[in-house]
Design a protein around this ligand. Structure first.
Ligand code: ZN
Length: 469
């Protein structure tokens, strides 16, 4: 068996693992590179290999940094199937279409932008993929149940286990038969933080010969969930009740938006805030919230109880889902009293940019950063304390208070990752640390060696094939 990390090695985006084995080859994830100047170039060259040699794709979850190159994969000639959990398949119907729409818009915008004429001549502003291509790729998806072994291709069986990260997310156990032996490869995908809203905790895995484990927060511990709620209450009360401004929450449409809704409702239910007026201004977040409600079978018990309470108390926790652009623009005139949850989660695209444009410059407002902000994104600049930012070509001073509340992360922190690794009966022969910026991955390698006494642990190297014996 041979592993090649095509992305998410020394960085947190572009997840794609190629596995070559006796009977063929397959991919685990096929994600977009996001953030930073190099992302577009990397996305365009990521699939520069013989795609007909790939028999099937296994997908851990719907986040675009794991799934966002699937339309391109199919457009470039991939003809096999793509296996994912049922909820992931549902989510992709929303997310890949939205991603394609953004790709088309950005290409159109770049063509109009005089500064990009040179790039246009190099034909680099063709969309990465089109809406039509995304639709075609959806036809390759095969919905799979959690916990059931399937045989996606010759010599391989696998099963998807709940990763507790976003709706439908999975850790994948993959048995690969070679020379009469079976070797188990486990791909962690993204691992959720235990004891967090909405989803169940990640399943512990007992055995792996080879393991790929994420390390987004491999070098740190989240603030406690209780401390996160305390800070959120402070930000909400001061901004809404004292200063009379708005609270803007950039949030990933998938996962984070639903968690933030849960936490806000929970704070009202507990009486820590009298009432809240919340607007979800992201068509995708609205669609995904509806999907989440449809998959209530995947919720934890607390979420069921809270949902029943919210249904029974519509006056105290009001949520409005904004669809059309006019309604979204009308929000820009609202000076105070609103909590606006909008996407993208890293502030680089979508309607959140408009809300930041109208609220960042106002001292009475607050921005609550509730998710991971990759290097190179606008969200990261806000977290890092930028005094001004550029939005739509306009310099906007940062006067609103910026709150970073770490405890809501969809990713396990270092203690939780180590605890998940303790579920393995014995150390895998080799462990590859993926999906972390270089410093986080290196720190996590060290932590695993020190805390668990494992050997054979290393940070994955991009593009360098590793032969496993
Ligand atoms: Zn993810």
């Amino acid at each position: 068996m041979k592993l090649t990390f095509l992305g998410a090695a020394g960085e947190v985006t572009g997840s794609c693992l190629r596995v070559d084995h006796e009977h063929g080859a397959f991919l685990v994830d096929c994600g977009l590179f996001q953030g930073g100047r190099e992302a577009d170039r990397k996305n365009r060259s990521a699939l520069d290999f013989e795609l007909r040699g790939i028999d099937f794709v296994l997908l851990t979850h719907a986040h675009l940094d794991h799934s966002g190159l699937l339309p391109r994969l199919v457009a470039l000639g991939y003809r096999g199937r793509i296996f994912a959990t049922t909820a992931t398949v549902d989510l992709l119907g929303v997310m890949l279409m939205d991603s394609a729409h953004i790709q088309e818009k950005e290409a159109e915008w770049a063509l109009r932008d005089t500064r990009s004429r040179k790039a246009a001549r190099r034909a680099e502003v063709a969309p990465l993929y089109t809406v039509e291509q995304a639709r075609t790729s959806l036809g390759r998806l095969v919905a799979t149940d959690y916990d059931a072994w399937i045989e996606p291709g010759a010599g391989v069986r696998c099963r998807f286990r709940d990763a507790g990260h976003i709706l439908g997310s999975a850790i994948i156990e993959i048995d690969v038969g070679e020379r009469g032996h079976t070797r188990r490869l486990v791909a962690s995908g993204d691992i959720g933080q235990p004891m967090r809203p909405v989803l169940r905790d990640p399943v512990r895995i007992a055995h792996a010969d080879y393991l790929c484990v994420e390390s987004t927060y491999g070098n740190r511990a989240h603030r406690s969930f209780a401390a996160t709620c305390d800070e959120l209450v402070l930000a909400l009360r001061r901004t809404l009740e004292v200063d009379g401004g708005n609270v803007i929450i950039p949030a990933f449409a998938v996962g984070r938006t639903q968690e933030v809704l849960f936490v806000l409702a929970d704070l009202v239910r507990a009486g820590r805030i009298g009432r809240l007026d919340v607007v979800v201004d992201s068509p995708m977040a609205s669609a995904v919230t509806a999907l989440t409600v449809r998959h209530a079978d995947l919720w934890d018990d607390e979420t069921r109880a809270l949902y029943a309470w919210a249904e029974a108390n519509p006056g105290r926790f009001r949520v409005r889902f904004v669809q059309d652009v006019e309604e979204s623009m009308a929000l820009n005139a609202v000076k105070g009293g609103l909590v606006v949850i909008s996407a993208s989660g890293m502030c680089d695209a979508g309607r959140i940019k408009h809300h930041l444009r109208y609220n960042l410059g106002r001292r009475e407002c607050a921005v609550v950063i509730a998710g991971f902000q990759a290097a190179g994104t606008l969200g990261r600049r806000l977290v890092d304390g930028a005094h001004q930012v550029t939005l739509f070509g306009e310099r906007i001073p940062v006067r609103a208070r910026i709150h970073t509340i770490g405890g809501l992360s969809a990713h396990a922190d270092q203690p939780a990752l180590l605890d998940w690794l303790r579920g393995f009966g014995e150390a895998p022969r080799r462990t590859f640390v993926v999906h972390g910026e270089a410093t986080a991955a290196a720190a996590f390698v060290e932590a695993v060696e020190r805390e668990l006494g494992w050997s054979g642990v290393e940070a994955a190297q991009a593009g360098v094939p590793v032969v496993l014996k």
